[in-house]
Structure formats: structure tokens, C-alpha cells
Design a protein around this ligand. Structure first.
Ligand SMILES: [Zn+2]
Length: 257
């Protein structure tokens, strides 16, 4: 059982950006409803695998919300927003701050793109997205994944019509993805983790167990990189990145210890 904390962005009194018709709501109100749909879907579909709790910033602001998230023992946090700019700005982006959160951000970004079909603005740090806005929110969870979602632009009529029409699908897809991701991420916690450390100045990662296979884009890896070993072949080992288990590849066992 993994625990996902959903933090509703903004507060009842300062409710964030406002989206016109057909939403006619601020970020706080729209995302309060989204969070409730997410929690309900988790209870219906993933009751054994994912617990979801909703937190607000109404008492104690960002710091207060995340203190309660940590006290609850969350394995990850997801803060809900939507974007706002000019009427033509469009698309989906997901923010993260620390490397440990990048895989979760990527997974949620991909799931959101699949549901809404809006422009892919990427998963990125607050600095890359908007000069640092969101940094304080994303630095509260220590080594646990923490992301901030901006699925659409409330200032764009087409974006918000899409988001409103697909709201339930969005809630379900984000929960399904979070459940799958968090359970995979922490899968081996209880077993003796089978790890290997790169012992070459750089080490290529390949798509299969020989030099015939292409090098993967998340390599080459620097000396000292820690990998999780999935399979130990005679020469080539199948590995993944501990923080990003979707990144799976093969390394030559002569260059890891
Ligand atoms: Zn916001």
C-alpha cells in the first residue's frame, strides 16, 4: 500500500487563476473537485494498492499543508493547479524540482497528455517553467517524489473546454498512473536491494545485452552511479535507475561492482 498526498493549489480565500466558461471556477474550486474524484477512484479501483488523502493550504499555507502531508507518511505528493497566461497559451506541463521526482513527473505528464491531447510543454523544473515559481512547494518532501501539475491553461477557451469535458478521465488516469508508478518505484524496498555501482569513467547503457544494441539516451553514466540490477546475465546485466524505474537498459558487467 502506497500513500499519495494530493495538495489542492492555492486557498479558499486566494483561489488562484480563474477559468471562464465552461469551467467558471478558480483553480482552488476546480481542483478540489478533481482531488475528490481522484480519491474516489483510488478507493474504488486501487483500494489495496494506493491510499489517497487530500490536503489544503488553508491552514498554515504551503508549509502547513506539507507538514501534514509528511506527518501522514505520504510516499509522494502531487499539487494540483492549472496554468494561466494569454488566451493563446496552451498545453500541459508538470513541474518537479529534485531528480528523485523526475520519473513521477514524466509519468503524470504522459498520462495527462494521453487524456487531454493538448500540446506537450514538458516536465520541467520551476526555473525552466517560469523563473522559479513553485520551488517552495516542491522542496518540502525530502527524498520523496513531489510534483505540481498544470494540465491546461484556464485562460484558453479551447484548453478549458477540453479539460472540463475530460475531467473524470483525467482524475482516473492520474490515479492509475500514480498507483502503478509508486508501487513499481518502491517495489523492492523490502527485499535486499540488488544494486551495482558504475566503476568506469563512463558506462554506456544499451537497449539489449550486446554492443549490437543502440545506446540509450539516459547514458552514458558517470563513475559511481548506483543502479538497480534486475537480471544478472553472464556478461550483460539488465538494470534500471532506482529513482526512475521506467528507465531500463543493459550494461556490461565488467564495468560495475
Ligand atoms: Zn496555481
Amino acid at each position: 500500500m502506497k500513500k499519495l498526498a494530493i495538495v489542492v493549489g492555492h486557498t479558499r480565500r486566494r483561489a488562484g487563476a480563474y477559468a471562464g466558461a465552461p469551467i467558471d471556477q478558480s483553480e482552488y474550486d476546480w481542483n478540489t473537485d478533481l482531488a475528490q474524484r481522484m480519491k474516489a477512484h483510488a478507493a474504488q479501483t486501487h483500494a489495496e494498492a494506493l491510499a489517497v488523502e487530500i490536503f489544503t493550504r488553508d491552514k498554515g499555507g504551503v508549509a502547513g499543508a506539507y507538514r501534514r502531508v509528511r506527518d501522514w507518511g505520504a510516499d509522494a505528493a502531487m499539487e494540483l493547479h492549472f496554468n494561466a497566461a494569454g488566451p493563446r497559451a496552451t498545453g500541459t506541463e508538470t513541474l518537479y524540482l529534485k531528480a528523485v521526482s523526475a520519473g513521477f513527473a514524466e509519468a503524470i505528464q504522459d498520462a495527462t497528455l494521453d487524456v487531454l491531447g493538448l500540446r506537450d510543454r514538458g516536465f520541467k523544473t520551476p526555473q525552466e517553467a517560469s523563473g522559479g515559481r513553485g520551488t517552495a512547494n516542491l522542496s518540502q518532501m525530502g527524498a520523496k517524489p513531489s510534483i505540481l501539475t498544470e494540465p491546461f491553461f484556464g485562460s484558453n477557451a479551447s484548453d478549458r473546454a477540453t479539460a472540463q469535458a475530460r475531467k473524470q478521465a483525467l482524475a482516473e488516469a492520474q490515479i492509475d498512473t500514480a498507483c502503478q508508478y509508486l508501487n513499481a518505484l518502491y517495489e523492492d524496498d523490502d527485499e535486499a536491494d540488488d544494486q551495482a555501482t558504475v566503476s568506469a569513467s563512463t558506462l554506456n547503457v544499451r537497449g539489449g545485452p550486446s554492443v549490437e544494441y543502440d545506446k540509450l539516451s539516459w547514458g552514458p553514466l558517470p563513475d559511481g552511479t548506483v543502479l538497480r540490477v534486475l537480471e544478472r546475465g553472464a556478461v550483460w546485466w539488465k538494470v534500471c535507475q532506482p529513482d526512475t524505474p521506467s528507465r531500463v537498459g543493459y550494461v556490461h558487467s565488467g564495468f560495475v561492482v
